[in-house]
Write a protein that binds this ligand. Structure first.
Ligand SMILES: NC(=O)c1ccc[n+]([C@@H]2O[C@H](COP(=O)([O-])OP(=O)(O)OC[C@H]3O[C@@H](n4cnc5c(N)ncnc54)[C@H](OP(=O)(O)O)[C@@H]3O)[C@@H](O)[C@H]2O)c1
Length: 327
């Protein structure tokens, strides 16, 4: 497995990590199987994946506990990333609120350490900035966890360049995680939803020695071409997502068709093209495709070997914008 550096003085990690959220919530929860998920995590390690992504809010602690179990005896093989700052008040109804208070920072870290069965978190993200708490306060409390040896590096998720710069001036930002995929290019300064461009966050990361970690690089499964109907079981995040609503879903098939055409030409799969495109955005970019299935894991890891040609890039860069906002 190829490796990349997680932030300018950070550790080497596999060029793509494993997103673990779907093992606990979000997509087709009826297919959840903890034993199978533990096996997938261990298989990922066997295959050379050394970067795992979770958060305390995924299944309200469930996902971290799952990783704690999967990493029993193998903790040192991975760079373990988790996140704080979101609280699930009602898991089933997905009622989630933000809390960036220093007290919550400290309590959340202790709870994550316990569930992950570890003494240190390698990368600790602020999942969302809390509008009620100045970012400097939250970030300072997080930096105190680094000073206390409970956390190695800090990251931010879904922030603006101004927020990243503000935090970076207080304590280095090792990684920024945001949605980036063939149908979500906001982080490159090209919002698909017609919003005002917010600047190139991926470039900001490169210039400031931070890794950029694309989440949902497969468009929550859409870009793989494996989703053939816009009907999802109750509770599946995609059932309420504008891009998956029937009309948008139909209109967005032209994106999948175009990705499939490139994949067929290259003799690889659409999922591999979608991941390879994120990898091609810079050496500091480390995508975290999510899966709870062994066969998808193998397929996705294969993307690290796919080098896109200039023609591939040109074709993929000019895909039409999707119909429907990303949330
Ligand atoms: N910071 C944030 O706010 C934030 C938000 C969302 C996600 N994340 C992180 O980013 C990770 C990745 O994002 P994501 O999981 O939301 O979306 P994703 O990686 O774009 O897509 C995951 C979906 O694609 C399916 N899939 C995976 N590989 C496939 C393949 N080769 N062929 C067909 N289908 C495939 C998965 O199915 P199965 O589940 O059946 O395997 C799942 O439904 C998450 O796991 C999480 O750790 C962070």
């Amino acid at each position: 497995m190829k490796t990349r550096t997680l932030g300018h003085d950070g550790p080497q990690v596999s060029a793509l990590g494993l997103g673990c959220m779907g093992m606990s919530w979000g997509y087709e929860e009826s297919a959840r199987d903890d034993d199978a998920s533990v096996a997938v995590v261990r298989e990922a390690l066997d295959l050379g994946v050394t970067f795992l992504d979770t958060a305390d809010v995924y299944g309200d602690g469930h996902n971290e506990s799952l990783l704690g179990r999967a990493l029993e005896g193998r903790r040192d093989e991975v760079v373990l990333a988790t996140k704080m700052g979101l609280i699930a008040d009602d898991l089933a109804a997905r009622v989630i609120r933000r809390d960036g208070s220093p007290q919550h920072v400290r309590e959340a870290a202790e709870a994550s350490l316990r569930r992950l069965r570890t003494e240190v978190i390698d990368l600790y993200y602020l999942h969302r900035v809390d509008p009620e708490v100045p970012l400097a306060e939250t970030w300072t409390a997080l930096s105190e966890l680094v000073a206390a040896g409970k956390v190695r590096r800090l990251g931010l998720s879904e922030v603006t360049i101004a927020q990243a710069a503000e935090a970076h001036a207080i304590h280095p930002v090792a990684a920024v995680q945001s949605e980036l995929s063939l149908w979500t290019r906001d982080a490159l300064g090209a919002p698909a939803d017609g919003a005002a461009p917010a600047g190139d966050l991926v470039a900001w990361c490169a210039a400031n020695g931070a890794a950029f970690v694309p989440f949902a690089p497969l468009g929550r499964g859409f870009l793989t071409g494996a989703i053939t109907s816009p009907t999802f079981e109750a509770g599946d995040f995609r059932g309420g997502n504008p891009r998956f609503a029937a009309e948008a879903f139909a209109a967005n098939q032209r994106i999948v068709d175009a990705v499939r055409a490139v994949a067929e030409r290259r003799g690889v799969t659409p999922a591999q093209i979608a991941i390879a495109w994120t990898l091609a955005q810079g050496e500091h970019v480390i995508p975290i495709p999510g899966t709870k299935k062994s066969r998808y894991l193998h397929e996705n890891i294969g993307a690290a070997e796919v080098e896109l040609t200039a023609d591939d890039r040109a074709e993929l860069d000019s895909l039409p914008a999707p119909v429907g906002s990303r949330y």
